[in-house]
Design a protein around this ligand. Structure first.
Ligand code: ZN
Length: 413
């Protein structure tokens, strides 16, 4: 280890912690950290998932995990034709059951005739996860390069939980003695999706997270670790619901003339006829519910796919609006998660999101922050991109930054 470098680093990664909510008296400890230590805002990518970039130091088109990709067209078999005459609710329920039981069939909520046209690249953990789970997940998407490969898996550790009550469990496990520990506390993000409609209640959870941050910081100080606090985005309170599927059905375009994949804040399209392209894009560009963005225009937002494989155009909802129902909604799945996890219990009363993110990164809800709780370091410039997080961590540890990381360190001694 070089002299003056940080010996051990612990990054507490809290997705969805909104910088706008930190300017209140509900988070006195984090406010005091911001007064004392170097920190800067981060800009994310128009997606609900940012871990793939945080862990690899690459933009989405560099690591390739960007949810849905169009498969080359293939002939529909007689068996598939038979399945296609069944009602969607029957086939999607069967697919969701197959996903739950056999862990196969990703995106089971999409009917088979549309699902077989798409290939899915999606990072998602439920419950708890660790280094091994993360490595398996990256490998399943063909990604070998990450912070873990740069440092060596025996020198770092990753822990994930989406359970709010796991704070004590996380604290007990911290201080493993390795060079880099990443602890992803995902529960605040989940709560935001279902509690932003009642800000008073949501504030109370911020207070508990503030106390958790204080205890993690104290544990780091007692163990000679430098702590990093990271949030990758905030969340916008949802006040508008758009029935995009219904609106598209009302257009005079056959369903087979285009393929759509719809998240709640982003719908992507691939067109198979000129007429479909013309009618659908004319409709979307007139809409007041969102912004139509071609894949080339997406380059401005640091998602630079060279072709339309991952989407020819994107219809991005305006902050505070969501498409409902989207391709993730299924009544049985909603019931399952609503009964299983108290963080999502409000889904039972109403399945619609109360908070959302992943909008175009020009909006305040897409800002996060990175703070290095070590006064020997200074932050360079104002604002950073999420792909700069991984090289920044390596710089703090005075470790070489591998060539696959295209970002730069924003924290220097
Ligand atoms: Zn989220």
């Amino acid at each position: 280890m070089k002299t003056g470098a940080v010996n051990k680093l612990l990054m507490l990664y809290i997705p969805g912690m909104d910088v706008r909510w930190l300017a209140t008296d509900h988070t006195p400890y984090i406010a005091s950290l911001f007064e004392t230590f170097p920190h800067t805002t981060t800009t994310s990518y128009p997606s609900v998932e940012q871990l793939s970039t945080v862990i690899t130091g690459m933009r989405p088109h560099e690591h390739g995990i960007w949810l849905a990709k169009l498969r080359p067209r293939s002939r529909v078999t007689p068996a598939q034709r038979l399945v296609d005459v069944l009602p969607d609710i029957v086939t999607t329920t069967a697919q969701c059951a197959a996903h739950r039981i056999a862990k196969c069939c990703p995106m089971g909520t999409i009917p088979p005739r549309r699902r077989r046209k798409l290939h899915f690249e999606k990072m998602k953990f439920y419950g708890r996860a660790n280094t091994e789970t993360l490595l398996d997940e990256l490998a399943s998407h063909g990604v070998q390069d990450s912070l873990l490969s740069a440092l060596g898996t025996d020198r770092c550790h990753y822990t994930f939980t989406d359970r709010f009550a796991d704070r004590e469990w996380l604290l007990r496990g911290m201080g493993r003695g390795c060079r880099l520990e990443i602890v992803q506390f995902h529960a605040l993000d989940i709560l935001g999706h279902f509690y932003l409609e009642t800000p008073e209640e949501f504030h109370a959870y911020y207070s508990e997270v503030d106390e958790f941050v204080r205890r993690v910081h104290e544990k780091c100080q007692a163990n000679g670790m430098t702590m990093v606090l990271l949030s990758d985005h905030g969340q916008e309170r949802v006040t508008r619901f758009i029935d995009l599927k219904g609106a598209l059905r009302a257009l005079e375009v056959a369903e087979d003339d285009y393929t759509i994949f719809m998240e709640s804040m982003k719908a992507r399209f691939w067109f198979h006829t000129d007429k479909a392209r013309q009618v659908v894009t004319a409709f979307l560009s007139r809409s007041e519910d969102g912004t139509l963005v071609s894949y080339q225009e997406m380059h401005r937002h640091h998602v630079e796919f060279p072709n339309a494989d991952f989407g020819e155009v994107y219809f991005m909802a305006h902050p505070g609006a969501v498409f409902f129902p989207d391709d993730f909604f299924h009544p049985v799945v909603n019931l399952y998660f609503g009964l299983k996890e108290w963080e999502k219990r409000r889904r039972l009363r109403n399945p619609r999101l109360r908070g959302q993110h992943g909008y175009l990164p020009i909006y305040p809800s897409e800002q996060g922050f990175m703070a290095v709780l070590n006064r020997q370091f200074m932050v360079e410039g104002r604002g950073m991109e999420l792909r700069d997080v991984a090289p920044s961590l390596l710089e703090l540890l005075a470790e070489p930054i591998p060539p696959f990381m295209k970002g730069t360190s924003r924290f220097h001694r």
